[in-house]
Design a protein around this ligand. Structure first.
Ligand SMILES: NC(=O)c1ccc[n+]([C@@H]2O[C@H](COP(=O)([O-])OP(=O)(O)OC[C@H]3O[C@@H](n4cnc5c(N)ncnc54)[C@H](O)[C@@H]3O)[C@@H](O)[C@H]2O)c1
Length: 415
């Protein structure tokens, strides 16, 4: 196979970013699209110049025999069974996060991928967030020593989230909007797991019982009888360190990016971030005391760094505004992207989308394992699923099941 044929499933808000990236990737021969809402298909086809359309995922799996890959952008609670169906139909699968919302579904995906060696990856945008790239690189270079403690979070207040659930949820959208926050902790967990290359083994989680009159959260009010709008988990990592993950859906902070690493402490060094200041700290190697290195210009977007030199720049607001997380940062390896993907307009999530698309296309064509493969994705996802169980038991510490590493004989796209 020299080029791939991909069908993008779900013409909601998020896939709109990805259709042009797949369409313009030089190794993609054809992009088709599908949605169960015909008007969305018509509008997206017109907007992006797409010729071939399907009426649903099921339609593609039945009638799109020559389509080799699926890119899934359906609602967050639907992914697991859809991925399993697509893999069983012989398709490679790119799936927006989360991987799935049960341990069993994660296990099934891994089993199929292990047996068939089809490509599966989640579109974990935070893997390519500059703070994660920076910390991954610093950790690899030994700047932190041994991992001791890290904090990451995803803050998305329900009031600014209504539209995301109402868009496809109809009259019963609240039943889905009340999904346990920890069922979407993949962003936060991935930023720790992918930096230190360890997985979580134990969790204790506490929850904030919601009593807002919007009645999204509470027993009987959503599909999961979930009472919590905010949850905080403490994870024990396989190397012995500790991670604190916050998943807040009722919180008076509108921060962009909504997911980020606040700190990462090791035995010899650390990283701390407050708004747009990113510090690399060497705590022991310097006999004259702690050495602080301001790495903000490396980690912030190029746009923000440039903008911060302007006389009217507001350092307290602009970095956490919508514009603050648009575009590439100097830690991105832009040159590895095909030219059309290098030239995209600055977009949300720090332009992580083209890297994800490129990883997937390269993985399908080479047969090599991309980052965010099934085993990685399960380690981003399962800690949160167990964390919710712990929260329902008032923080009882619980063991986290682990499906292990990817097979050692499967070559990786990047070593
Ligand atoms: N940073 C991130 O990684 C990030 C950001 C935003 C959204 N997302 C993820 O992207 C996904 C999509 O989010 P969204 O806001 O665009 O959702 P959305 O509700 O706007 O769109 C989902 C679409 O999927 C369609 N759909 C459902 N079942 C289908 C089927 N069987 N066949 C074809 N189409 C079907 C729906 O009709 C709808 O149009 C979610 O899983 C979300 O978690 C990730």
């Amino acid at each position: 196979m020299n080029k791939i044929k991909v069908c993008i499933i779900g013409m909601g808000e998020f896939s709109d970013f990805f259709i042009p990236l797949f369409r313009d990737h030089p190794d993609v021969e054809e992009v088709s699209i599908a949605d169960v809402i015909p008007e969305r298909v018509t509008a997206a086809a017109l907007k992006h110049g797409i010729k071939r359309t399907f009426s649903s995922l099921e339609d593609v799996l039945k009638n799109g025999k020559d389509v080799d890959s699926i890119a899934l952008f359906t609602q967050r609670h639907l992914h697991g069974p859809m991925v399993i169906d697509a893999l069983k139909a012989g398709k490679h699968v790119f799936s927006a996060v989360p991987m799935a919302i049960s341990v069993e579904e994660c296990g099934k995906i891994i089993d199929i991928v292990k047996e068939t060696r089809q490509i599966y990856m989640t579109g974990e945008t935070c893997y390519y967030f500059p703070c994660a790239i920076f910390c991954r690189d610093a950790y690899k270079k030994g700047k932190f020593g041994e991992f001791v403690y890290g904090e990451s979070q995803y803050y998305h207040d329900m009031k600014t989230f209504y539209s995301a659930f109402a868009r496809s949820g109809g009259d019963s959208w609240k039943r889905v909007a009340g999904i346990p926050p920890m069922y979407y902790s993949t962003h936060s967990v991935s930023m720790i797991v992918s930096v230190i290359g360890q997985h979580a083994t134990k969790v204790s989680c506490c929850g904030y019982r919601d009593h807002d009159p919007d009645e999204v959260f509470g027993v009987g009010k959503n599909n999961w009888d979930n009472p919590f709008s905010n949850q905080t988990a403490l994870l024990t990592m396989s190397g012995g360190g500790i991670a604190r993950v916050n998943e807040f859906r009722r919180v008076g902070i509108a921060h962009k990016p909504s997911s980020y690493i606040t700190c990462m402490y090791g035995t010899t060094g650390a990283y701390e971030c407050t708004t747009n200041k990113h510090m690399l700290i060497n705590g022991v190697a310097d006999p004259n005391g702690t050495h602080l290195e301001d790495v903000s210009d490396l980690v912030n977007t190029m746009y923000l760094t440039e903008r911060s030199k302007a006389a009217d720049f507001n350092p307290h607001e602009e970095p956490i505004s919508e514009r603050g997380h648009k575009g590439f940062s100097p830690v991105h390896d832009i040159a590895r992207l095909p030219l059309p993907l290098q030239q995209i307009p600055d977009t949300v999530h720090y332009n992580s989308h083209p890297f994800l698309v490129d990883d997937f296309v390269r993985a399908v064509l080479s047969g090599k394992l991309p980052p965010n493969h099934a085993w990685d994705s399960a380690r981003y996802m399962i800690p949160g699923l167990i964390a919710h169980e712990s929260a329902l038991k008032d923080g009882m510490p619980m063991d986290i099941p682990d499906f292990g590493d990817a097979p050692a004989d499967w070559d990786k796209l990047y070593e």
